[in-house]
Write a protein that binds this ligand. Structure first.
Ligand code: HOC
Length: 385
């Protein structure tokens, strides 16, 4: 039962046992040899803490601010497409409930490729104050994108995260094994089908010609904060600061796009010192996702200067296994892990976190080679596990 689950890996294991083949292959897949997917996570293991002792830690406060709004926790549910593949009745609505009904509220980012309508997901949130953001995939037909932006404003979402790391689809070989049927797709995609996977079917909705100029245009179209999601190098963070967006998400799309893209936590470790040196650190907020599974991962990213830390798959798995109760439990698990780690690190509040609390000396050394059980498995076998 739900109470016997201890950490986010438990949800993942359970999901691997109960999801349909289509859902498991789509959710868990990553690009090609999945190096980036593994390294996103492994890179967190190369950072160690330098805890402070003899600090009164009876009280610890996990609250912080993101994009000008107060939030209970420094993490958020990142956007994932087709949530109904795993939770066919309630889909993203259960994520809205799980994020908003518990004692700890957690921001939710909603995908353009959500399987419920935006209105349904917004109405499922128990309060109008609940923080919901929109993740925008830009359509080649800009009138569709304009309509989406006006819906997002009308429905009271709090920010737009424009995804830029998927101009074309990464090769997700597990997913390519499975024929996509559009049962869990949003209404406007009902005629979509593809013999080679869910993600390929979705790619027809995304404009591969998007450039920095388009982002400048979106800024003119809305008063909502604009955040660029999918930045993977310091030079692009600097460009984002130059055009005056409100933030960036350092992300490689959970390793699902370009295999051998760098782990975002490495990019973060390089980025913030350069922003500081150029006096640009107050110009934009830095978010990060990819490979985050533990409260300690979250604290490491915050110490390096992130404002908020996103998790995608873990919440999908929690929602697929237990619906809204699973999401609420996942939020609670992570909150508890953050609190434990703050106490043991000797900090009382998020603003006290800084790079001095970290030992980064191993961060640059990557693990190489395939894990043993990967080598002899062809694609077909990969899809079975
Ligand atoms: C170019 C198309 O975010 C995923 C989703 C959908 C991506 C479609 C990309 O599967 O990672």
């Amino acid at each position: 039962d739900l109470d016997s689950l201890i950490n986010l890996y438990d949800f993942e294991y359970l999901a691997s046992q109960i999801l349909t083949k289509q859902a498991w292959c789509y959710y868990s897949s990553a690009a090609e040899d999945e190096f980036t997917h593994r390294e996103n996570h492994a890179a967190y293991h190369r950072i160690f803490f330098k805890p402070r002792v003899l600090v009164d830690v009876r009280q610890v406060d996990t609250s912080t601010e993101m994009l000008g709004q107060k939030v209970d926790v420094p993490f958020y549910v990142s956007a994932t497409a087709l949530v109904k593949l795993g939770n066919p009745q309630e889909g993203e609505k259960d994520i809205a409930r799980g994020c908003g009904e518990g004692s700890v509220k957690c921001p939710q980012m909603i995908s353009t490729l959500a399987s419920c309508s935006l209105q349904e997901i917004v109405e499922a949130a128990p309060s109008k104050e609940q923080i919901q953001w929109f993740q925008l995939y830009v359509n080649a037909d800009r009138s569709i994108t304009d309509k989406l932006i006006s819906d997002v404003e009308r429905l009271g979402l709090k920010a737009i995260f424009v995804t830029v790391d998927a101009p074309s689809l990464g090769r997700r070989e597990k997913d390519m094994q499975v024929k996509f049927s559009s049962k869990s797709a949003p209404q406007r995609m009902k005629n979509t089908s593809d013999a080679r996977g869910a993600s390929r079917a979705l790619s027809t909705f995304i404009d591969p010609s998007l450039t920095w100029d388009d982002i400048i245009e979106f800024k003119k179209k809305t008063k909502l904060p604009i955040v660029i999601k999918g930045i993977q190098r310091v030079e692009d963070v600097l460009k984002a600061a130059e055009i005056g967006v409100d933030g960036v998400v350092l992300s490689n799309h959970g390793g699902r796009q370009l295999d051998f893209a760098r782990p975002p936590i490495e990019v973060l470790a390089e980025t913030v010192p350069i922003l500081k040196e150029k006096h640009l650190d107050d110009k934009l907020e830095i978010f990060i996702d990819g490979g985050v599974r533990r409260g300690t991962d979250i604290l490491k990213a915050l110490c390096l200067g992130a404002k908020g830390v996103g998790l995608g798959r873990p919440f999908l798995y929690a929602n697929s296994c237990y619906g809204k109760a699973g999401v609420e439990r996942a939020v609670q698990m992570l909150t508890e892990e953050v609190e434990y780690a703050m106490r043991l690190l000797g900090v009382n509040s998020i603003k006290e976190l800084n790079p001095e609390l970290l030992d980064l000396s191993s961060l640059g050394s990557r693990s190489v080679g395939f894990p043993e059980d990967f080598l002899y498995k062809g694609v077909y076998q990969k899809a079975q596990t």
